[in-house]
Ligand binder design. Structure first.
Ligand code: PMP
Length: 285
């Protein structure tokens, strides 16, 4: 991703893609003091752009720093990046972090807070799983307690266990891993929320220790508009066996059907397909 043409917005300016570098002694590199957003533009418009900018600012606050730009400035910068990319459909990545500066210890109040935004083309996150259903493994890592880490921040530090989980799943021929939380309840995948269907009703974990995804909220709204009951609740491991359908939601994942989680199999049923299609229509509307 580093060696390509294009421009990246960095600290208020558009710079050449290849020159968008940071110093080795950047605080975020050593201590994970970084928050980010993943957004998608469809037909030239970023879906739920403002909600993503608001979450970015909120994530920074949760890990104890202030992004030195207003929501409106972040919105304008994203538009500038999207326009410069020449793309109609794009993935937009905004990232804010504690930079290199006076401090090199854990404390870094004097270091500058930086912001950068890039956009590129990114197709289906799970490849052809959209039709067949993604194959998921179960992660050995648990989503941590809210007493351990600010778990509603989209913060880099929370992704360390996601990368390890996803690598372990891929080594077994799976596309991703489902993670339980610290109590043993079903939580989410490594970069997407999870939904289940049983007897025409939808069940999804209560997001009390992980990201309440913007796509998740959109899909719950769509389901309720269709008069389908949605239960946001704690889901136990033993329940996996009884669910008929399963899908993932996320900005990158969009709505991706799940075919299996370890030994539990699901059908890519009518409701899953309907929600995936309705989501695609909505983001392009
Ligand atoms: N959980 C995790 C760990 C994620 O990385 C994402 C993607 N941001 C989500 C859930 C879904 O969030 P959203 O729908 O806002 O993209």
């Amino acid at each position: 991703y580093a060696d390509r043409d294009g421009q990246i917005w960095m600290d208020g300016q558009m710079i050449e893609w290849r020159e968008a570098n940071v110093h080795l002694l950047t605080h975020a590199m050593h201590y994970a003091s970084s928050v980010f957003e993943g957004e998608r533009a469809y037909n030239g418009k970023i879906f739920e752009s403002r909600k993503h900018s608001e979450r970015l600012v909120q994530s920074a606050k949760l890990i104890d720093f202030e992004i030195p730009y207003t929501i409106d400035e972040i919105e304008a910068a994203k538009q500038q990046v999207l326009a410069a990319s020449g793309l109609q459909d794009a993935y937009v990545r905004a990232i804010a972090w504690r930079g290199a500066g006076e401090d090199m210890g854990v404390a870094s109040a004097k270091n500058p807070v930086r912001l950068a935004i890039a956009a590129w083309e990114w197709g289906a996150y799970y490849g052809d799983a959209k039709m067949k259903g993604a194959k998921l493994d179960i992660s050995q890592w648990k989503r941590p307690s809210p007493e351990t880490i600010p778990c509603h921040a989209k913060a880099a530090g929370l992704y360390m266990i996601c990368t390890m989980s996803k690598h372990a799943a891929e080594a077994k021929g799976c596309s991703d891993a489902m993670m339980f939380d610290y109590r043993g309840y079903v939580a989410e995948a490594t970069g997407a929320n999870i939904f289940f269907v049983k007897d025409g009703e939808v069940h999804t974990p209560d997001p009390d220790c992980f990201l309440n995804g913007i796509t998740r909220q959109t899909v719950i709204g769509m389901l309720r508009d269709k008069q389908i009951k949605v239960h946001e609740r704690h889901i136990m491991a033993e329940e996996l066996e009884g669910f008929e359908q399963c899908w993932l939601t996320g900005t990158a994942a969009e709505v991706t059907p799940v075919g299996s989680i370890a030994d539990y199999n699901f059908e890519v049923g009518a409701l899953t397909r309907d929600i995936a299609e309705s989501y695609e229509k909505l983001v392009r509307a």
